[in-house]
Ligand binder design. Structure first.
Ligand SMILES: Cc1ncc(CO)c(N)n1
Length: 219
C-alpha cells in the first residue's frame, strides 16, 4: 500500500518558513525582552476578543459541515480565551476585563483576516477548515518554539501567557489536525493546494495581527 505523508506536515513546513518572521515581529520582540507595553497589550486583547467573536461561530459552522459533528467534539474550555486575555490584562495593570466587550474599532488587519477566513470557507469546506486551523496551529507552534528556543525564559513576565497557548492550543490543534489528515486524501489535489495557500495567508495575517497593535494607527 502506498503511504502518503500526513497533510499536517505541509502545514508545519509553512510555519517553519515563517518562524523567523514571527521572531522578528515587534510585538514578539518586545515580549522576548520582557517589555510591557500597556497600550499594545490592551489593544491586542480588544482585537483578539473581536476576532474570536467572529472566528468561533465560523469555525463551528465549517467544522460541523465537514465532520457532521458539533465543534464541541474538539473544542476547548474557555473558547473566548478569557483566561489568556486576563494574563495580559494583569500584566498591563488593569483588572477591567469589560474593555473587551466595550465599543471599540476593529483594526484593518483584524477585519482583513476575518474576511479572508470567511471567503475561504465560502469557497470550499476543506479550504475553510485549513485556513481556520492556522489560528490554533500557529499559536501552539509559536509558543512551543519560543520556549524551546530559549527566547521566553521561565523568568519572563509573558511565560504564563505563552505557556497557556503551548498547552491549550496544542491539544486542540492535535485533534483538529487528525480531522484534517483524515479528510485530505479524499480531496482533489487542486483543493489541497488552495487550502495550503490559504493556510499561508492566515499565517501571514497571524503575524500582521500582532504587529498592528505596535503601530499607532488605532484610536
Ligand atoms: C488572532 C489569533 N490567532 C490565534 C489565536 C489562538 O486561538 C488567537 N486567540 N488569536
Amino acid at each position: 500500500m502506498m503511504t502518503t505523508e500526513p497533510f499536517s506536515l505541509k502545514l508545519r513546513a509553512i510555519m517553519e518558513r515563517y518562524r523567523p518572521d514571527f521572531y522578528a515581529n515587534p510585538f514578539i520582540q518586545a515580549m522576548q525582552e520582557g517589555q510591557i507595553n500597556e497600550q499594545a497589550l490592551l489593544a491586542y486583547v480588544q482585537q483578539d476578543h473581536r476576532y474570536l467573536d467572529s472566528y468561533l461561530p465560523l469555525y463551528e459552522e465549517v467544522f460541523h459541515k465537514v465532520t457532521g459533528q458539533p465543534a464541541s467534539a474538539v473544542t476547548k474550555q474557555d473558547p473566548k480565551e478569557y483566561e489568556a486575555h486576563q494574563i495580559l490584562l494583569d500584566l498591563a495593570g488593569t483588572s477591567d476585563a469589560s474593555l473587551q466587550t466595550g465599543d471599540y474599532e476593529t483594526l484593518p488587519t483584524t477585519r482583513a483576516y476575518l474576511d479572508q477566513l470567511t471567503a475561504a470557507a465560502a469557497e470550499d469546506d476543506f479550504v475553510g477548515l485549513v485556513a481556520l486551523a492556522a489560528c490554533p496551529f500557529d499559536y501552539g507552534y509559536l509558543a512551543d518554539y519560543l520556549i524551546r528556543d530559549g527566547l521566553i525564559k521561565p523568568d519572563n513576565p509573558f511565560i504564563t501567557w505563552v505557556g497557556y497557548y503551548r498547552g491549550v492550543e496544542q491539544s486542540f490543534t492535535d485533534q483538529l489536525l487528525t480531522v484534517i489528515n483524515r479528510l485530505a486524501p479524499m480531496v482533489a489535489n487542486e483543493v489541497q493546494d488552495r487550502a495550503l495557500a490559504e493556510f499561508e495567508r492566515s499565517t501571514q495575517y497571524e503575524n500582521a495581527f500582532f504587529a498592528q497593535v505596535m503601530e499607532e494607527t488605532y484610536a
